[in-house]
Design a binder for this molecule. Structure first.
Ligand code: HAM
Length: 406
């Protein structure tokens, strides 16, 4: 009898109806924040993943579907989407748009041991944002996660941590390595921990629980810049109601991460439904310019098992504005307003690099958005906003609520 390979499922009707609705809902969430869809090949050169995810990552070590093509190229079925997107950003010079937002949906492949919630072909929806090192991009990304789970009515908890940067992480790693070597008896696993001591935190062995709890914490080693960044993200995430818990043991599995990392869980389900974080050096590591990045991916199989129904929603925003700010400290009120407008199906794109108005308007032009909303202190005080037509240059003041009916 013929049958499918292990860990690779057929998705049949009526379940496919649920998938279709889910994909629409997810892409709508990304569109509300100005993300554009990218589709990359299922196959890439293996090197891309080996180098980007790290030779010692579980995925690169043992989970890739890798083969030699007839011409000798070594290719892999993609195990994840961040590396291919970074590759495409470099190859097509997409970084010419200084704040670049992309999303994707599609199958990924990892040769893991199949079990509940763990497949060899699974699907991810992911977003990747490039060009902004400020913590506000971390907040935007977390707000997208929050929006998706509230649209789906799923109770979400996001574990969050900072992995530091090239300055502070090596010092921490050295301390952690020394600690691990002294705390864990020599056995076959010690080699693994020696190479990457962060793997201690992934260990499920009961005898490691206490060792994990006593291990040095990265938060005690962060440099002032990373500490600041992290504190900012935590404060703003709480302010905007992102359901976070700080988790000093969260390490994530790939080498490309820097600073903020997070994983999201739904209810009692003990596998992460979403994982993500910053990767400020991945683009330059691949030979591109020095462009920071941050993103996440949701595992759709893990999401769909928690869902009885998926709401049917309009596939696209009603319209999309660029929201610019003038003056100090307007970014948080702007975030509040943007979230409200998005709740009503209006797409809002923001710069988030906190530059001058002219710089923001240049980005609005690049994004080909016709109408820009400008929020300054004066406007905020009077609950109004300046609405600028980028084609005619005309500007008028409207009530903030009136934007909904424009
Ligand atoms: P990841 O944590 O490896 O991150 O995967 C993200 C999500 O994909 C997981 O939380 C899980 O829901 C799902 N997933 C992973 N492996 C499997 C599997 N074998 N079966 C079913 N679902 C699975 C990444 O892939 C990063 N690229 C995320 C990211 C984007 N970081 C920055 N930008």
């Amino acid at each position: 009898m013929v049958r499918n390979p292990k860990g690779m499922r057929d998705i049949l009707p009526p379940e496919t109806f649920k998938w279709r609705r889910l994909e629409i809902l997810l892409s709508k969430a990304a569109l509300l924040y100005g993300y554009g869809e990218i589709r990359t090949p299922i196959l890439e050169f293996s090197e891309l993943f080996r180098k980007g995810l790290g030779d010692e990552s579980d995925v690169a070590l043992k989970e890739m579907y890798e083969f030699e093509d007839k011409n000798g190229d070594v290719l892999s079925l993609r195990p994840e989407g961040t590396a291919p997107v970074a590759r495409a950003v470099i190859q097509h010079h997409l970084y010419d748009t200084p704040v670049l937002r992309l999303f994707y949906t599609g199958p990924m492949f990892r040769r893991e041991r199949p079990q509940a919630g763990r497949y060899r072909q699974f699907h991810q929806f992911g977003i990747e944002a490039f060009g902004v090192s400020e913590p506000y991009m971390d907040i935007e990304v977390l707000l997208i996660v929050k929006r998706i789970f509230s649209l789906l009515n799923l109770p979400l908890t996001i574990h969050i941590n900072s992995l530091g940067c090239d300055e502070c992480r090596p010092i921490y790693m050295e301390q952690l390595r020394n600690f691990v070597l002294s705390a864990i008896p020599e056995d076959e696993e010690i080699e693994r921990f020696k190479k990457n001591p962060l793997k201690l935190f992934d260990s499920k062995r009961p005898e490691h629980a206490e060792i994990k709890a006593e291990a040095p914490k990265i938060s005690e080693y962060l440099c002032p810049a990373c500490k600041d960044h992290y504190a900012h993200v935590i404060r703003a995430a709480k302010l905007f109601g992102v359901p976070i818990v700080e988790d000093p043991q969260l390490a994530r599995g790939f080498d490309y991460y820097t600073r903020t990392v997070f994983e999201g869980y739904v209810g009692e389900f003990n596998l992460a439904v979403v994982g993500g974080g910053r990767y400020d050096h991945l683009v330059s590591f691949y030979g591109g310019p020095d462009v920071p990045g941050i993103g996440f991916a949701i595992g759709l199989e893990r999401l769909i098992t928690s869902l009885e129904e998926v709401p049917i929603i309009d596939p696209e925003p009603k319209k999309t504005y660029f929201l610019a700010t003038t003056g100090e400290d307007m970014i948080e009120p702007a975030f509040q307003l943007a979230e409200k407008l998005r709740d009503h199906g209006i797409g809002i794109i923001m710069d988030l690099r906190q530059g001058k108005l002219q710089k923001q308007l240049k980005l609005a032009n690049k994004a080909e958005v016709r109408y820009v909303l400008i929020l300054g202190e004066e406007e905020q005080r009077n609950h109004v906003i300046t609405l600028r037509d980028m084609v005619t240059g005309e500007q008028r003041i409207v009530a903030q609520e009136a934007v909904l009916d424009e």
